[in-house]
Write a protein that binds this ligand. Structure first.
Ligand code: ACO
Length: 368
């Protein structure tokens, strides 16, 4: 039998999903049928999280109930804080987040329960706790005290309050909220597929999320938003961008924040995130950042015809807001926890163990 090998599972359809639809031909991304651009314009991240988990946008009463629950779960558990305190500040923040999620799973007496209600409870708990973990980790690296959450603030305002000790202007909160909405879900990407593989063995939600965090960390996936900022730092100013790019391409370097496995003609999320970045550029009066962004984008298009992905505008946006570069990929985790957990629950609705085949190309049978 000759097997067709699809390296990287490129172009392979492995299952159905009702959570999101990526259409590279029309350059569209739908969450449960709604265009992501429309959700970013008209909804908050909390509403979008509810939509992705439940299939419908919340009614005002449902939203109120969800917000009350989420706000009640925001405080960092003492055990999680202690474990974070034990970790060196030289650890990558993604390793801290991965460890913290593992701890939350280890202390949850219902960790093994996998019915839909239990899994939704765990999903909301992680959704509520991740901002506290990420904010605290950045603060301890800066030798700053933990800032307790504020129950009178929405998700994004509270996240920024816990990170920086104050709530920034509304335009900043809104730009951050847009980034959370855009990162929340993207069908069978590498980390979501990882979560589904782990779930397919009937392992628990925390194990699946921990594995997904590991997959997201890589620079070909979520780690690219951090890597974009290293590129910006390396280039310095817009006038150096073209020469930098020519040298990088001559060395056959992958340019972080460009290219996509599915979108070959531009990432559907980029225009919305670029608009959010533009509001931040105006807010912080940093036209130099926009100039570098646009010069590198145009040069990459001219040289390779490769367009930016979502990590390209989100990296500089998080920089302007004030996050440390190493914290950018954990912010992706805080958002994508929604997509991962929605997929974990969907996988369990009609589970089949995910176990592909391989074509053996080692030595012929031989004997000791
Ligand atoms: N820089 C330079 N060349 C690139 C880039 C890039 N960023 N992306 C693709 N190419 C080139 C490849 O070298 C290849 O050229 P070749 O045919 O001459 O060998 C061609 O375009 C096709 O690229 P592939 O690597 O086959 O495309 P694939 O679908 O496997 O890769 C990926 C997609 C991994 C995202 C790739 O574009 C990449 O490495 N980008 C940089 C990392 C990045 O930004 N990742 C974020 C992904 S999106 C997200 O997580 C939100």
């Amino acid at each position: 039998m000759t097997e067709e090998i699809r390296k990287g599972l490129a172009g392979v359809v492995v299952d159905t999903t009702a959570i999101s639809k990526v259409n590279p031909d029309t350059n569209s991304l739908l969450y449960r049928g709604y265009p992501v651009q429309e959700l970013a314009e008209k909804c908050t991240f909390e509403e979008v999280a509810y939509l992705l988990w439940h299939g419908e946008l919340p009614t005002p009463v449902q939203l109120e109930e969800f917000q009350q629950l989420e706000r009640s779960l925001r405080r960092l558990d003492a055990r999680t804080k202690r474990i974070i305190d034990e970790l060196p500040t030289t650890a990558h923040p993604m390793d801290v987040v991965r460890t913290a999620v593992s701890v939350i799973g280890a202390v949850d007496p219902d960790a093994a329960a996998s019915d839909p209600a239990s899994n939704l409870t765990k999903a909301v708990r992680l959704f509520a706790q991740l901002p506290a973990i990420i904010a605290y980790d950045q603060r301890r690296r800066r030798e700053q005290e933990l800032v307790e959450p504020r129950d009178d603030l929405g998700y994004s305002a509270n996240f920024l309050h816990m990170t920086f000790g104050e709530v920034p202007d509304l335009v900043v909160v809104n730009a951050f909220d847009v980034s959370m909405i855009l990162y929340a879900e993207h069908s069978f990407n590498a980390s979501t597929f990882t979560a589904r593989v782990v779930t397919s063995t009937l392992s628990d939600l925390y194990s699946a999320v921990t594995a997904a965090i590991g997959a997201l960390k890589g620079p070909l996936h979520g780690g690219a938003n951090e890597a974009v900022m290293h590129v910006f730092d390396e280039i310095g100013t817009a006038d150096k961008a073209e020469a930098w790019l020519d040298a990088a391409l001559a060395e056959k370097r992958k340019i972080m924040g460009f290219g996509h496995r599915v979108y070959k003609n531009g990432d559907s999320r980029v225009p919305t995130m670029k608009a959010a970045l533009d509001t931040l550029v105006a807010e912080y009066n940093r036209p130099d950042m926009a100039e570098l962004y646009e010069t590198l984008e145009a040069a990459m298009d001219a040289r390779k015809g490769i367009k930016p992905n979502l990590d390209y505008p989100s990296g500089p946006a998080y920089n302007l807001i004030g996050f440390d570069t190493l914290t950018f990929t954990p912010l992706f985790v805080a958002s994508r926890i929604v997509g991962w957990t929605a997929h974990i629950m969907e996988q369990l609705e009609s589970n089949a163990l995910i176990r592909p085949l391989s074509a053996y190309n080692g030595p012929d049978e031989r004997h000791v």
